[in-house]
Design a binder for this molecule. Sequence first.
Ligand code: BMA
Length: 326
Amino acid sequence: MMVVNGSPLPNLPWEECSVDCRDIVWRSKQNPIITRDAVPDANSIFNSAVVPFEDGFAGVFRCDDTARIMQLHAGTSRDGIHWAIEPQRIQFQCADDEIGKFVYGYDPRVCWIDDRYYVTWCNGYHGPTIGVGYTFDFKTFHQIENAFLPYNRNGVLFPRKINGKFAMLSRPSDTGHTPFGDIFYSTSPDMEHWGHHRFVMGPKYGWQSTKVGGGPMPIETSEGWLIFYHGVITSCNGFEYSFGAALLDLEQPWQVMYRTAPYLMAPREMYERVGDTPNVVFPCAALVDAPTNRIAIYYGAADTVVALAFARVDQVIEFVKSHSEL
Ligand code: BMA
């Protein structure tokens, strides 16, 4: 029997799939759950990360302002659906002014490891790279060294050390709207020095033919690390972002055991089709209730709003295995 290695989270947001629903991942009827109205002067709030915190939830949100500067804001919620987001961006405390100087920050991920919440994001430092910071309380945030040289995006930490080292997925990129993208795996003894880089996976045909990148933090199961990842196809109107899932080996996560040939979710609803960047679903976080297999996936839609979807770990794993092409 498949087992999720995680904590109970009975209060995660949840809606059952409707009786006639055939989807493995289904959308919340309350979508979009977060719009620009949550922050004064926001142009858009999307691609954001949430985690369990105290009696409820906390998160780091991508809020682009009306000057279209990409910023990170902290927020809290009782139910995971209604959010109080700070009107001011996070001011990271950093021992090194060169690294702490704010240029832009976007597409955050948040991951509890050992004793604190780590935040990774796409950080402007002579081009995009992976910024790393941490918080204990979602009030004070500390920033440490960037994980990699520019150019890199989509830094996704694993929720525990693997073989004694911190572990991260990332996607080396360029300075623009990168027309390529492979997922790599790197490890670090101290969250500062990253190395032992290994190739995980690259684009394939169809919905994932242009590039792929990590999404929410990996979910540990007895079948392997379950990851959701985004895939991009280039149409005559530009990039379209969908997402699928893969199972990675528990001890050697760069070994891909299964990977979805079809997507799990592609832009379909109006809020995914229409926005500042049309046709984008971009998952950055997943809450899991281990005993019941329930997953709530937070994803950015059309680079404009945050939306919520649901799935069950066992059903996703069964789908990945039966629809896999490596
Ligand atoms: C990527 C990032 C994401 C965005 C996506 C689609 O390169 O900028 O934040 O959602 O493009 O525009």
